[in-house]
Write a protein that binds this ligand. Structure first.
Ligand SMILES: Cc1ncc(COP(=O)(O)O)c(C=O)c1O
Length: 364
């Protein structure tokens, strides 16, 4: 008899816990009749800024817009270089392109999947104006070293925390290190909303004022436009849901961490497993393993009714959109893209699910 299907993510099930509170408060929301730039957004921006420990938070339409607007707000000369990991998500590179800047790829560390800090300084030129630190899979980058490099070279630090809501290093949360830091609330994220959503955080009041205007037609006063901004606002209904879910984020993260521990402890050594450092909280947006026969392994799991994903099958520099402009060899990235496999790990998965997956995997 075939095993019960284990999905990669089931948002209906994962969000069930938060929908109860959402439904209870919906009437209050309905009565307010305000859907854009209202009190729910202000509440969420204040709550999230406090949670991350930054002075200001600006809710925007999605994670890509957060990165693009954050980069634009820095007013860098056109074609300035921004250092980013060669295995980062495509949105990171697109945001740099959207802001008329140039991505410069640096290989990740093969064990952490984050920027290899030993390789960064070789890539710094006169045109380098920023480093974008992407906390891949929910594991914090080595922020101490990255901050030191930024300070020494007088360049900006942008954090992409789309996969690391609530992760920390010695208790200091990702998102609290950068000059400007960006989040996505895409539904599958550890803090996901009911559609698209994102946020930018900063400590500097001047940036805050500019960012707030840029997400809203360059305007702070209705019908007065100071910048050629865009329309990218986090909707009231999304902020409303995020306010509810934020209260449970630690619980969501801790659940995922417990599941990751089960994988790490029980999977045999045929699989390369994620590293967990004692001084950090890795929040396992994604739990990946690596295996030389990844595609065969994925088919085998599917035959056993276990769904998986690949983050990501194609490195960004091999994507058509960048293949002409991003030259160079990135063997570490290639190796990751060829061998990585993301296993189910969500708020709705149980310990039993994970033990079942382990049992099947260990027979491969
Ligand atoms: C690392 C990273 N950056 C940026 C984004 C873009 O976020 P969004 O899909 O909300 O535009 C994502 C989304 O998956 C991501 O994982």
């Amino acid at each position: 008899m075939k095993n019960k299907k284990i999905y990669f993510e089931n948002l209906n099930k994962s969000n069930k816990y938060f929908f109860n509170e959402f439904k209870k408060k919906l009437l209050k929301f309905e009565k307010k009749g305000q859907y854009i730039l209202g009190k729910e957004l202000i509440n969420f921006e204040n709550n999230f800024a406090k949670y991350i420990n930054k002075n200001y938070c600006i809710g925007v339409g999605n994670g890509l817009d957060a990165l693009t607007i954050a980069l634009q707000s820095l007013n860098l000369p056109q074609s300035s270089e921004v250092i980013v990991a060669s295995n980062a998500y495509i949105a990171c590179l697109i945001s740099i392109k959207n802001a008329n800047l140039k991505p410069v790829l640096v290989e990740p560390n093969i064990s952490t999947y984050n920027l290899d800090t030993d390789l960064i300084e070789n890539k710094i030129t006169k045109k380098t104006k920023a480093i974008m630190a992407v906390h891949m899979y929910g594991k914090p980058c080595d922020m101490k070293k990255i901050q030191k490099i930024c300070k020494k070279n007088k360049i900006f630090l942008i954090e992409d925390c789309a996969q690391s809501h609530g992760a920390n290093i010695n208790g200091k949360k990702t998102g609290s290190f950068g000059d400007v830091t960006c989040f996505s609330f895409y539904p599958t994220k550890n803090l996901g909303c009911l559609g698209d959503g994102g946020a930018i955080l900063c400590n500097n009041k001047n940036y805050f004022d500019r960012l707030r205007m840029m997400r809203n037609y360059g305007s702070i006063k209705k019908y007065y436009n100071d910048y050629d901004g865009q329309n990218s606002r986090l909707d009231e209904i999304q902020a409303f849901f995020l306010n509810i879910k934020l209260k449970h984020l630690e619980k969501i993260n801790n659940h995922k961490i417990q599941l990751a521990k089960i994988y790490n402890k029980n999977l045999n050594n045929n699989f390369i497993k994620p590293i967990i450092n004692l001084n950090e909280k890795h929040v396992f947006h994604i739990y990946n393993i690596r295996h030389p026969k990844r595609d065969m392994l994925r088919s085998y799991l599917l035959k056993n009714n276990i769904n998986t994903e690949i983050h990501y099958p194609i490195p960004p520099y091999k994507q058509k959109v960048f293949s002409k402009n991003l030259k160079g060899k990135f063997p570490i990235s290639d190796e990751i893209h060829k061998t990585t496999l993301s296993l189910p790990i969500s708020y709705s998965h149980s310990k039993k699910d994970i033990l079942k997956i382990v049992e099947v995997l260990n027979k491969f």
